[in-house]
Ligand binder design. Structure first.
Ligand code: MF3
Ligand code: CO
Ligand code: CO
Length: 290
């Protein structure tokens, strides 16, 4: 959709369905118009009950990531991490969202070193000097929450540690832009400006996303400057989405997907790191769901 596809002529019928001319209806009532815009963009504002459900699901994702953080280290295979996440999620009444999602074969994504995202757990053991992103998405009572962290195994290279630090700060810079009145485009702007100033590149082929009632909902949350249909959209209380910048060391943002159909790696073999939060827009700003 073009950016100005939502621009409405004053004498046209009001898109809210009232049958009145736009100038005699929602043109003077921006809140009502926002309802229409959100419907057109397929963005679902969550009710207080849905938000409560997402918080519970988020709490389970957080304890799952804490469990991984407490036990991860050299000698652990990514299949073991998959087992921990799978069993802990089930034991607590949840379902691991990745399992069988569009054919994904495991319950968690484990992305090591030059793997950007969607790494599939396997028997390779982690070694000192690796970095690994563990991305957990849980369905609890039908509600999705999605969060990831990158862990250091031993003491990785200065480049790797730098990239991890930049990716964490990118997430928090993006978060700081989230408040009613500000726009989605600001997230990508601050993240790209900072990442590039630190000698890193922002991956473009994978983005944040609406989340809560489904794994991936509208909007798409880009972490780089661009002109998509969400660029000028304002944050509205009740929106829930992820911010999850994938940051490559160096200037190359390009990725390629391996023959398994999932594993995305940097084309130049550079290190890539990522952190992800699921957030809720509130009246006063932002709440981290997980
Ligand atoms: N959790 C990832 C995200 O942040 C999506 C993983 S899809 C899967 O959007 F199928 F690989 F699990
Ligand atoms: Co996500
Ligand atoms: Co995720």
């Amino acid at each position: 959709m073009k950016k100005n596809a939502l621009k409405i002529k004053r004498n046209a019928l009001c898109p809210c369905g009232s049958g009145l001319k736009y100038k005699n209806c929602c043109m003077s009532n921006p809140e009502r118009l926002m309802v229409h815009k959100l419907r057109k963009l397929k963005i679902r504002l969550k009710t207080p009950e849905q938000i409560a459900g997402m918080r519970k699901s988020g709490a389970l994702v957080k304890t799952t990531l804490d469990l991984v953080e407490a036990n991860i280290g050299a000698g652990i295979s990514t299949n073991e991490i998959n087992e921990w996440v799978h069993q802990f999620t089930i034991k607590n009444g949840g379902k691991p969202a990745p399992l069988n999602y569009r054919g994904f074969p495991k319950s968690v994504c484990t992305s090591v070193n030059d793997v950007v995202c969607h790494g599939i757990p396997n028997d390779r053991k982690l070694e000192k000097g690796d970095i690994i992103n563990v991305d957990v998405t849980t369905i609890l009572d039908g509600f999705y929450a999605d969060s990831s962290r990158t862990f250091l195994i031993g003491r990785p290279s200065p480049e790797a540690r730098h990239t991890v630090g930049v990716s964490r700060k990118c997430l928090y810079l993006g978060l700081q832009e989230v408040r009613p009145g500000n726009t989605f485009g600001m997230i990508g702007r601050v993240i790209q400006t900072y990442a590039e100033s630190e000698g890193c590149a922002v991956v473009r082929d994978y983005c944040g996303h609406g989340v809560g009632l489904d794994f991936h909902e509208a909007p798409t949350v880009t972490h780089f400057e661009n002109n998509d249909e969400f660029h000028d959209l304002e944050f509205v209380p009740g929106m829930t989405f992820t911010i999850e910048p994938m940051i490559n060391f160096g200037s190359n943002w390009r990725v390629r997907v391996l023959n398994d159909g999932w594993t995305a790696v940097t084309v130049d073999g550079a290190i890539s790191a990522q952190f992800e939060h699921t957030v809720l827009v509130t009246e006063s700003g932002v709440e981290i769901i997980v």
